[in-house]
Design a binder for this molecule. Structure first.
Ligand code: ADP
Length: 171
């Protein structure tokens, strides 16, 4: 069977999946990086929905509509800040992927795009983050028949290569 996990180099705001995932901060009020790009592309409705939700703890996820995006939903998850790996960063990062996928399931989302959570401003080493991302998603999909595609959208050639390699190494 063809894999449900795919990799593209590109801009997550342009994806045509049912949902895109935002690497948000715990205030949900928008920031730099992928968060800023998603808020700009989605428009003010996203800010308003996020303000109503009020915030989100690290490792958890919340859902809003997609505003002006092609995607119907945005799932906002808060990745851990890298402090060297001794503050539960791996489990918190895995929780981001699991809780996002659970929310997708609960909302009938069949296709979902993830950015490389925590590896920008939050400083998580990308090789380690990529391994956790692809392993967690792959394990989740073993017990799930509803989700049809999980697309990793990587912003640089290097990140794309790191994620594809991490996935090959799982097998
Ligand atoms: P974090 O705070 O979780 O580290 P960042 O937004 O700083 O989040 O970075 C996460 C990743 O998202 C980085 O690899 C960054 O290059 C990437 N990124 C930034 N803009 C976009 C975009 N428009 N689409 C996809 N990925 C993006």
């Amino acid at each position: 069977m063809e894999s449900k996990i795919t990799f593209v180099k590109g801009d997550i705001t342009l994806q045509d999946t049912d949902a895109i995932v935002n690497a948000a901060n715990s205030s949900l009020l928008g920031g730099g990086g992928v968060d800023g790009a998603i808020h700009r592309a989605a428009g003010p409705k996203l800010d308003e929905e996020c303000r109503k939700i009020g915030g989100c703890p690290t490792g958890q996820a919340v859902i809003t509509t997609g505003g002006n995006l092609k995607a119907k939903y945005v799932i906002h998850t808060v990745g851990p800040v890298w402090h060297g790996g001794t503050l539960n960063e791996p489990d918190l990062l895995a929780s981001c992927y699991i809780n996002s996928l659970k929310l997708a399931d609960e909302n009938g989302i069949k296709t979902i795009a993830f950015p490389s959570i925590s590896t920008g401003a939050y400083g998580y080493p990308v090789e380690q983050a990529a391994h956790i991302a692809v392993k967690t998603v792959s394990d989740y999909l073993k017990n799930n028949i509803a989700i049809e595609e999980v697309r990793f959208v990587l912003f640089s050639d290097r990140d794309y290569q790191v994620y594809v390699k991490a996935y090959k190494e799982l097998k």
